[in-house]
Ligand binder design. Structure first.
Ligand code: NAD
Length: 492
């Protein structure tokens, strides 16, 4: 059984396979991922620090050239990248191609680094004194990523971290790590010097070693909320800057004036796409006033038309979930729902396709705070409906939720939509857009338990996170200006 190699200092390094990697469509183990010992973690950090010493002084045109070439290579190899993702994650090939495209956006944004890295200059802030600012790289970044977007999330971090002159150690999810190896090889082919980007596989022990390692300067983490909280606490206690993006419970509010066909389409796409394994998936539809019954009817009609099957089959609308344990956990929320007073409108738990990790779509009516199916992030193809009386009740429900990643509102009323966007404590809001993942020239991030640390990821906030500010105050005095003055310098 093959073991996925690390990529260290530009070379593949084979370790002992420890963690099984499955093809979720068949349930078969296809390869293993290694878990490095402390000596290997130390070696990679040392190599990355050494490579950074040159890379931090690379010219902006050299970096731009490499990123442009990377963009070209990702486009050229897009189909292959998508197939690797499908074989380990299980999502449909079309969905994997969408992920590649959204990751590519970040490379394209980073290609504009000469513009994004411009400093500022103020002439004559005091007599004969000028001030200018520059941003310098932070150092070595540990990029720790989840299973559900195995290329997009690494590119959220990598493109901007390299553009700003940092070295990167990517610790991908141990459940679908192979595409990371290809990213490393494409970066190598694009001309990135050895050691500037490394892929180190591993598990929680590897993450903890990196978090405490004195040779790591910054940590970008994306994953579940309990781990994000831990990563933030341990990383900052070790003196690093950390951005740790966590889980979600995204609400889609449907007002009585909404077009219910459009809203039902959106609920299907955002609730069941990628088997619900998206951090921006809609997991709760908040039906305001009397829209619940007709909306549930329209969602049910659409569920009849969904096909669940292997991600490699073009007929599949969504594929399996990531593991047998995750499938069983998802199923438990549906089977326990009636005991919590929830109506199971559609039960997808009995679907079986060979030994694959499949779960059919489920629809629950009556989820509400205080029951597991509402309180927990299910991260599967289970959509809940909550009934509320008014717009204000909808806002209160969303704001009382501990997560604040994304939310959407469906309405024809521009003022209601505007008020919603202003009142909710959520980082990303869609108005008649169910999955409002910002384009790469904006930054991505949630509020509350969906993000620990202040910096959103990618876009302008990504450039800020991966750099430190330096401000230089300059004066070129004439010999005639020589004088002793112990007063605090002022600009007046
Ligand atoms: P996860 O938290 O289990 O794993 C994420 C990473 O952390 C992996 O690399 C893993 O090896 C590591 N890890 C796991 N347990 C750890 C521990 N105890 N200590 C240290 N490191 C540990 O997440 P996942 O299941 O791979 O991904 C799904 C989760 O990620 C969902 O909660 C989803 O909402 C979230 N997510 C959030 C965003 C976002 O942008 N907010 C994006 C994608 C996914």
């Amino acid at each position: 059984m093959p073991t996925v190699p690390h990529v260290i200092n530009g070379q593949r390094r084979i370790g002992t396979g420890v963690t099984p990697i499955y093809d979720p469509a068949t349930g078969a183990v296809t390869r293993y991922a290694p878990v490095p010992d402390d000596a290997l973690v130390n070696e990679v950090v040392t190599l990355a620090r050494t490579a950074w010493q040159d890379w931090r002084h690379s010219t902006l045109s050299q970096r731009t050239n490499i990123l442009f070439t990377l963009r070209h290579l990702i486009v050229q190899h897009g189909d292959e990248l998508a197939e690797i993702i499908t074989s380990e994650h299980g999502k449909t090939v079309a969905d994997a191609k969408g992920e590649v495209a959204r990751g590519l956006e970040n490379v394209e944004y980073a290609c504009g680094l000469t513009e994004h890295l411009k400093g500022q200059f103020s002439s004559q802030v005091a007599d004969g004194v000028d001030v200018h600012s520059v941003r310098e790289p932070v150092g070595v970044l540990a990029a720790i990523t989840p299973f559900n977007f195995p290329i997009m999330v690494p590119l959220w971090m990598t493109a901007n971290a390299l553009a700003t002159g940092n070295a990167v150690i990517l610790k991908p999810s141990e459940r679908d790590p192979s595409v990371s190896v290809m990213i490393a090889e494409l970066l190598h082919d694009a001309g990135l010097p050895d050691g500037v980007f490394n892929v180190l596989h591993g598990d929680a022990t590897t993450v903890n070693r990196l978090l405490e390692h004195p040779g790591i300067d910054a940590v970008s983490f994306v994953g579940s909320t309990p781990v994000a909280r831990h990563v933030y606490q341990v990383g900052t206690a070790s003196g690093k800057r950390v951005q740790a993006l966590g889980g979600a419970k995204n609400h889609m509010v449907v007002l009585p004036d909404a077009d219910l066909d459009i809203a039902a389409d959106a609920a299907i796409n955002a609730g069941y796409g990628s088997a619900g394994e998206r951090c921006m998936a809609i997991s709760v539809v908040v039906a305001v006033g009397d829209v619940a019954d007709p909306l549930i009817e329209k969602i049910s009609q659409r569920l009849d038309r969904l096909t669940v099957g292997p991600g490699a089959d073009p007929a599949s609308d969504f594929g399996p979930v990531i593991s047998a344990a995750h499938r069983d956990r998802i199923i438990s929320y549906v089977t326990s729902a009636p005991a919590d007073g929830i109506t199971v409108v559609r039960d997808g738990t009995t679907l079986r396709i060979g030994d694959g990790f499949f779960v059919g779509p489920s629809l629950l009516d009556g989820v509400r705070p205080g029951v597991k199916a509402y309180d927990d992030e299910i991260f599967g193809p289970v959509l809940g409906v909550t009934r509320v009386a008014s717009f204000d009740d909808a806002v209160a429900l969303v704001n009382a939720n501990p997560y604040g990643n994304g939310t959407a509102i469906f309405t024809r009323d521009g003022n209601a939509a505007r008020l919603y966007a202003r009142r909710v404590s959520v980082g990303m809001i869609g108005i008649n857009v169910p999955i409002p993942v910002p384009v790469a020239s904006y930054s991505f991030g949630g509020w509350k338990d969906s993000l620990f640390g202040h910096a959103h990821i990618y876009g302008p906030e990504g450039f800020a996170f991966y750099t430190r500010a330096k401000v230089i105050t300059t004066r070129w005095p004439q010999p005639s200006e020589s004088q002793i003055d112990l007063g605090f310098p002022t600009t007046r």
